[in-house]
Design a binder for this molecule. Structure first.
Ligand code: MN
Ligand code: MN
Length: 340
């Protein structure tokens, strides 16, 4: 009996001891080990290799640096104790300055064709996000845009190189998960631009704007790098020929999820390109619409193989394209399949 009491006391003493010893340890757990209770709330990247683009705000990066004072992720390049100085800070001041509330009745040039899902600021899954460079309806539950709409003419084109600064979008509303570049890591899917980097080459600023993760969907490499890219290139050729384009793109359906369910992988990618050679749309305006499988079956095919009518995409998505234009014009040009 005495032995039992003694060992019970020993267990109590020991269990009181070990956590104390651990909390006085100076070296944090190595990034390769499973997260300890203290680091469980930190971003997943602490288990692989965080970099500044994994964080939406400076405060998030600071939390990782605080948990790993030896800075194994090199978040504090100038060793001043402040992580990732270039990231936005989530103070009240910067939220009101950096994230103006989008206006529903937008006069953005990028919405010339219309707001095809009646996106606004109340529904987080049909959230109107307006940027100077493009406008989108974002879907917080899916972690991807429903659609992205943009103007393309020579004023957007120059010779700036890809900035490649993939990063979470700091302009998403609170309550909306901001997808991180690493959420796509190891998935086999590309971080596929909707508004292409190549459509925004006038300045570093406009090019960098296309690298927010809200402008990305998971795209199969054969789709993104081949047929999808070839249509992007063809569109820029049309601009070089003097046309002005209005383009809307998105993904439809679901073939799975990335990042523990936070990012939907669309089954198909679709795009509508309205080719204007005069300021308004007429019954003769050329419209290119495509819908392509988001998989390897598109390898070594042509984008022209996937042409459909706008009506087909309206049926697949439930959106109303070209809603800013008279119904008789919509009826005609939405029913035709481009064959030029
Ligand atoms: Mn791409
Ligand atoms: Mn329509």
């Amino acid at each position: 009996m005495r032995k039992l009491i003694l060992s019970a006391i020993l267990v109590l003493v020991l269990s009181g001891c070990f956590p104390q010893r651990q909390s006085t340890t100076l070296t944090p757990p190595s990034p390769q080990t499973a997260p300890s209770p203290q680091t469980a709330s930190l971003p997943n990247c602490v288990n692989s290799d965080c970099n500044c683009s994994d964080f939406a705000t400076q405060e998030e990066a600071q939390a990782v640096l605080n948990a790993f004072p030896n800075d194994p992720h090199k978040l504090d390049g100038n060793s001043d104790g402040v992580a990732c100085e270039s990231l936005p800070r989530r103070t009240n001041e910067t939220i009101s300055e950096a994230s103006p509330q989008p206006q529903v009745n937008s006069d953005s040039v990028h919405l010339k064709l219309g707001n095809l899902s009646n996106a606004g600021t109340s529904d987080l899954n049909n959230y109107l996000l307006e940027k100077p460079q493009f406008v989108m309806s974002y879907n917080c539950a899916k972690g991807i845009p429903n659609w992205v709409s943009w103007q393309l003419n020579t004023t957007w084109l120059g010779d700036i190189d890809r900035q490649d600064d993939f990063r979470p979008d700091p302009d998403l509303p609170s309550g909306c998960y901001a997808v991180r570049p690493n959420d796509y890591r190891g998935s086999g899917y590309d971080r596929g631009h909707m508004t292409p980097s190549g459509d925004r080459t006038k300045s570093e600023e406009v090019n960098s704007a296309t690298f927010v993760m809200s402008n990305m969907i998971p795209q199969a490499p054969e789709n993104n790098r081949e047929v999808w890219r070839e249509l992007e290139q063809y569109s820029r050729e049309l601009v070089e020929q003097g046309k002005e384009l209005y383009i809307i793109a998105g993904g439809e359906g679901s073939k799975g999820k990335l990042a523990e369910g936070k990012v939907n992988i669309p089954q198909t990618t679709w795009k509508v390109v309205v080719v204007m050679d005069e300021p308004t749309i007429t019954a003769d305006t050329r419209v290119i619409a495509v819908q392509m499988p988001n998989d390897e079956s598109v390898a070594r095919t042509d984008w022209q193989d996937y042409r459909v009518s706008v009506d087909d995409i309206e049926a697949a998505t439930g959106y109303d394209f070209l809603s800013n234009f008279p119904q008789d014009i919509q009826t005609k040009i939405e029913s035709e399949v481009d064959n030029q």
